[in-house]
Design a protein around this ligand. Structure first.
Ligand SMILES: Cc1ncc(COP(=O)(O)O)c(C=O)c1O
Length: 396
């Protein structure tokens, strides 16, 4: 049998292939340089242009651009009016920011378990966790697959809750033919470099609700009702701070990059789907590796490609598989440690093991494989070869 790289064998790749990577081309650079030569570096026209183009792309009435996805989540919690004593339902399998935004506002995140096949929020578990204090549900389109929004919307409207989509993984995905970004009352995106499009750092909230939109525009600018550009136009110095806000503004430099990136999104999502299909086909021959379930009513945007290893068929732990794949030059990762297991939540909210058993069991078995549009077919083959090699070496 071929030796694994960790046993002194030759690795599949000499240099590490990351799990995600941005794609910035000359057109992107040119458009950023134009802004650098212009009068407006921030709070200028590129922000409005990016917001309008983005809103149209996802089929929402309003889009509000902010400094990152976490700020976008915070702004969404502010718009809903989350305050101490309020509860917000969040899935256990997500990035910490999904729950942190509730805490920023003094509210309590209530963790719910996920579906065993898709690892998306389980609507039946949502129903179980609703109390008179529940104000909102944040659904996370984990890995890029939209949650079951029709079912979630029905639960939300029955109980008078606001439905928020943490769609940071799912730009470019659709649900029953409808674009992500138009499916919940508030929809949140991130433009971190590993995401579908990047602005370096950046975030966006889309909504059809004009009150929410107005409040979030104020919130991102210190709680001040007018911005510098408006005041200059009106030849006025006067402004008022009407509530406590933050500096969550994004720059024109970033928005110019976002506009240029957005033009390429559809072809990039297609490439992500193509790579995912190659992985699905390749791993079908190994019962010890399972891809996550994908519902028939979605078009998956594949921010991440997560596989589950059936450890009962292998002589290795997930940590050993992780180390072996890294040694083969494959930059694997793990998304995510269930949020309720983090020390902060254990300490502050008394959470811990046993609260969300499906997410906890999944966490022991998952690994994220590299997936980004700029990967060549050879890169994809390297990942498949490395997974095959590691599985064969560890099969019982
Ligand atoms: C599901 C999810 N929510 C929120 C965020 C936060 O986005 P940002 O890193 O832009 O603050 C991320 C980013 O990794 C994410 O994956």
């Amino acid at each position: 049998m071929e030796k694994l790289a960790i046993e002194g064998g030759k690795p599949v790749r000499e240099t590490l292939l990351p799990y995600g990577h941005q794609w910035v081309d000359e057109a992107d650079i040119e458009t950023v340089v134009q802004v650098l030569r212009s009068a407006w570096l921030t709070t200028g026209p590129k922000i409005t242009e990016f917001e309008k183009t983005f809103a149209k792309f996802v089929g929402a009435r309003y889009a509000i651009a902010v400094s990152n996805g976490t700020a976008a989540l915070h702004a969404a919690m502010y718009a809903i009016g989350i305050k101490p004593g309020d509860e917000v339902i969040v899935p256990a399998m997500t990035f910490a920011a999904t729950a942190n935004c509730v805490v920023f506002q003094g509210g309590s995140p209530v963790f719910v378990d996920v579906d065993a096949e898709t690892l998306l929020i389980d609507p039946d578990q949502v129903k179980v966790k609703i109390t008179p204090r529940t104000r909102a549900v944040i659904a996370v389109d984990y890995t890029g697959q939209p949650c079951d929004y029709d079912v979630l919307r029905e639960i939300a409207s029955q109980h008078g809750l606001t439905l928020v989509a943490d769609a940071c993984h799912a730009l470019g995905a659709t649900y029953k033919g409808r674009p992500v970004g138009s499916l919940a009352d508030l929809n949140v995106f991130s433009f971190h470099p590993v995401k579908h499009i990047t602005t370096g750092e950046g975030g966006m909230i889309t909504t059809d609700n004009s009150d929410f939109a107005e409040q979030m525009r104020i919130f991102r600018n210190h709680g001040i009702t007018t911005d510098y550009r408006q005041r200059e136009k009106q030849e006025s110095w006067f402004y008022e701070m009407v509530d406590l806000g933050y500096n969550y503004r994004i720059t024109d430099i970033q928005c110019a990059l976002g506009l240029s990136q957005l033009q390429k999104l559809s072809s990039w999502v297609k490439r992500r789907q193509e790579i995912a299909q190659k992985y699905n086909a390749a791993f079908a021959e190994f019962p010890a590796v399972r891809s996550l379930g994908v519902r028939a009513d979605v078009s998956h945007a594949y921010h991440l490609y997560v596989v589950r290893f059936d450890l009962s068929q292998l002589r290795a732990t997930r940590a050993e598989i992780f180390t072996a794949l890294r040694a083969e030059g494959i930059g694997v990762n793990v998304h995510y440690i269930p949020v309720h297991l983090h020390p902060f939540y254990r300490k502050q909210f008394g959470t811990g093991p046993g609260l969300c058993p499906v997410a906890e069991a999944a966490y022991e078995e998952i690994i994220t494989l590299p997936l980004f549009p700029r990967m060549s077919d050879n890169d994809v083959e390297d990942v498949i070869t490395a997974v095959r090699k590691v599985i064969r070496a560890y099969l019982k």
